[in-house]
Write a protein that binds this ligand. Structure first.
Ligand code: C2E
Ligand code: CA
Ligand code: CA
Length: 406
């Protein structure tokens, strides 16, 4: 097998490693320093990416004997290893025939993909398509890394924050929503918006939801023991736990929930389940059965972010749903946009007609609380009442909270 001869080269900051349009004779592996990748845009050069140690630049033109599709300039002094076409060809020619065939197939597919991307997106150059590819690889790599870290975090660095849900008519605390937080040992607090999608995509969410349910169940006992009688309504305080579509892919959804709650001796009405409309639309049969079992056993079911999803009302009465949670985007714009105020009113009316409870999310101002109270909305949740907080602060809240005026 031919051996790659490596030549070490240095470039000073500002030097060009290669120029768009030139014929490519070599590729470079960056050992130190950073380079930028530029494409011509008329008079200007557009920077489409940067590369640092370990990255390779210029491999396409080296393999293809085609003009360079981008200019590469050193942003700092750089040390690189140069690989010439002769080196590369000598290596491939001397290689095992099976390896040669695999290389050939990969290269043909790569070229084909690039030319197709090129024609389907006429304004993008081949270099930009490669850049896009590179971004995809980087984000895939980040996802893989996050998934591995997340796996270790379950039971260690994951925690639940609790946000109160207030009965707006009688000014009592009805319950809390459990919201996941990841306290990363180096990066600090990571919000669920960043890690729940990775958890859902990788399937880790099932284990995480189960952990959250177990945790919330145990906490619900502490909350019911701690509450100041002045804040207590006629029902036990509940904790609402979020579930994803993926949680329902196992036919054992209900039996898992049941086992978890029974293990900690938690009454079923201490827990509410929050799901989104997407579950009902994507897996209507599985959802209908699982939710019916839940409801028959005393677990309440809320539809989260109501109004943002499929806006088809036809499914509502065919599922065992107890509560609609109006999405915070409608509440936020209710005072400026009469259309959204009307929409909130009609959701409150709809819930009343269907005998469901309605919760408004995202209350940040006293005026919003007043409007919702006068509209006969049942419950509210939002920063104006309290932000999500750790268990110990929520216990304190239950002892000391003063009913605000609205
Ligand atoms: P969500 O279920 O709609 O939760 C409400 C989100 O609104 C929370 O964000 C909460 O902190 C935020 N919020 C509450 N009141 C206000 C307010 O007055 N103003 C504003 N601007 N925001 C408010 P968070 O905790 O970042 O959670 C984001 C989303 O992540 C949740 O949206 C939910 O979809 C998902 N999530 C959180 N925890 C879990 C979990 O345990 N399981 C699953 N499957 N998803 C979760
Ligand atoms: Ca929710
Ligand atoms: Ca929500």
């Amino acid at each position: 097998m031919g051996k790659i001869t490596k030549t070490n080269k240095s470039f000073a900051a500002g030097d060009l490693l290669m120029k768009e349009g030139d014929r490519g004779q070599s590729a470079y592996i960056i050992e130190s320093g950073e380079v930028e990748i530029l494409v011509d845009r008329g008079m200007n050069k557009l920077r489409i990416g940067t590369r640092g140690p370990g990255a390779m630049v210029g491999e396409m033109a080296m393999i293809d004997d085609q003009p360079r599709t981008a200019t590469v300039r050193a942003m700092q002094d750089c040390e690189v290893i140069e690989i010439t076409r002769d080196d590369f060809e000598g290596w491939v020619n001397g290689a095992d025939p099976i390896f040669k065939m695999i290389m050939h197939v990969i290269l043909t597919r790569y070229r084909d993909m690039l030319s197709r991307s090129f024609f389907s997106s006429a304004s993008k150059s081949a270099a930009e398509m490669v850049e896009k590819e590179n971004d995809l690889h980087e984000s895939a790599l980040r996802t893989i890394k996050m998934k591995e870290e997340l796996k270790k975090a379950i039971g260690n660095d994951l925690t639940l924050y609790y946000q109160p849900i207030i009965d707006i008519q009688n000014k009592k605390v009805a319950g809390f929503e459990a919201l996941m937080r990841w306290i990363h040992p180096e990066k600090g607090m990571i919000s669920p918006g960043a890690f729940i999608p990775v958890a859902e995509q990788s399937g880790l969410i099932v284990e995480m939801s189960n952990w959250a349910l177990d945790e919330a169940a145990k906490t619900s006992h502490k909350f019911n023991d701690a509450i100041n009688p002045n804040l207590k309504g006629s029902h036990p305080l509940y904790i609402s736990v979020n579930f994803s579509v993926r949680d329902f892919s196992s036919l054992k959804f209900f039996s898992n929930v049941k086992n978890t709650l029974e293990k900690s001796g938690t009454p079923f009405d201490n827990i509410h389940l929050e799901i989104t409309e997407s579950l009902l639309v994507e897996q209507p049969d599985i959802a209908r059965e699982a939710l019916a079992q839940c409801q028959e056993n005393g677990l309440s079911i809320s539809i989260d972010d109501f109004g943002t999803g499929y806006s088809s009302l036809s499914y509502l009465h065919s599922f065992p749903i107890d509560t609609l949670k109006i999405d915070q985007s409608f509440i936020r714009s209710m005072r400026d946009k009469p259309g959204n105020l009307a929409l909130v009113k009609s959701i409150v009316g709809l819930a009343e007609n269907l005998n469901m409870t309605v919760i408004a999310e995202g209350i940040e101002h006293k005026e919003e609380a007043t409007i919702l109270k006068n509209m006969n909305c049942d419950k509210c949740q939002g920063y104006w009442f309290a932000k999500p907080m750790p268990e110990k602060d929520a216990l304190e809240f239950l002892k000391t909270w003063h009913i605000p005026d609205y």
